[in-house]
Design a protein around this ligand. Structure first.
Ligand SMILES: [Fe+2]
Length: 312
């Protein structure tokens, strides 16, 4: 089933590629995000595509982000633990595992493509985020373009100026894209003076240009949001370019590397890097891939809902 008129949208492609945008949507009215539906999703979702995390309270210390084992609780217990504890459930790959939600997510993107001349959402994916009333997500960036569709509870998204070296350097974005470092970034509370702060209520969304750093603090109630990710042709070129730039920075010592995703310089750089990629494939040299170790289990009897594995 496809859905019609889900989003109020009046931005053009240039604005989508350069500005932080908020608007309203009608995803909640589908009825797909109440407790009953969440429990059904959690009970049927493959557990290897579900992350459960907990975190500290200091937004500058992302080393407190911990990965847990969600395998032993059923959907109802997981939801209850999230309502009462300080957890962040990331239900990944909704497009692959839930037909009804895949239809909804494709409807969102089809509608945006019909409303924005030149906009193409390729490599679409979506994760459903279910998180505790006081949970936070540390300062980080994402590799594709993402959109946060808020559905339940209240949260505050801090979005920092895009394409600005003061907030994240080009070299750091290259490292994240190449899997050489975590998506979490060093955060200075003074950054907040420059932040765009989106106070998200159910029925609101926020999006920002590719690789823009951001962080999130929940404000009230169980929070449910859908985070959709896509790549435009330009976003795909940017990812390839940053991979190439990292190679030229580290192997050839170049520092002032252009971020232009078109033109002669871009084409020459990509041609040179394709030779490097072929070499790496030949000798099976792989890029790094960071993942958090699992360090806690969920314990419904514990007030925090978390039990460190070493404390067993
Ligand atoms: Fe993010």
């Amino acid at each position: 089933m496809s859905h019609g008129n889900l989003i109020d949208w009046n931005k053009d492609l240039h604005q989508m590629e350069s500005e932080v945008i908020t608007t309203t949507h009608r995803l909640v009215e589908t009825g797909l995000f109440d407790d009953e539906h969440l429990v059904r999703i959690l009970d049927t979702h493959p557990r290897d595509a579900l992350n459960v995390n907990t975190m500290g309270i200091d937004e500058t210390d992302h080393s407190d982000w911990k990965e847990g084992d969600a395998s032993k609780l059923n959907g109802e217990q997981l939801l209850q633990a999230t309502k009462e504890g300080r957890l962040w459930l990331n239900i990944r790959n909704m497009l692959t595992h839930h037909r009804e939600y895949a239809d909804l997510i494709n409807s969102i993107y089809d509608e945006l493509e019909s409303k924005v001349a030149g906009f193409q959402a390729l490599e679409r994916s979506a994760n459903l985020l279910v998180s505790s009333p006081t949970a936070i997500v540390y300062y980080h960036l994402d590799i594709p373009v993402n959109m946060l569709w808020h559905l339940r509870g209240k949260k505050r998204a801090y979005v920092y100026p895009p394409y600005d070296e003061r907030f994240v350097t080009q070299a750091t974005i290259e490292d994240v894209i190449c899997g050489e470092s975590y998506e979490e970034l060093a955060f200075d509370p003074q950054f907040d003076e420059s932040a765009f702060i989106a106070e998200l209520q159910p029925g609101q969304m926020v999006t920002w240009p590719q690789n823009t750093p951001h962080r999130v603090s929940n404000v009230e109630g169980l929070n449910v949001s859908l985070t959709t990710e896509h790549k435009t042709p330009k976003a795909i070129r940017r990812i390839k370019l940053f991979r190439a730039n990292r190679f030229f920075r580290h192997q050839c010592g170049y520092q002032n590397l252009s971020t232009a995703t078109e033109g002669v310089g871009y084409n020459m750089k990509m041609a040179a890097f394709s030779v490097v990629k072929a070499y790496r494939k030949l000798f099976k040299k792989k890029e790094g891939n960071y993942a958090y170790p699992v360090t806690f289990e969920l314990d419904p009897m514990n007030p925090t809902k978390v039990r460190e594995m070493s404390a067993k």
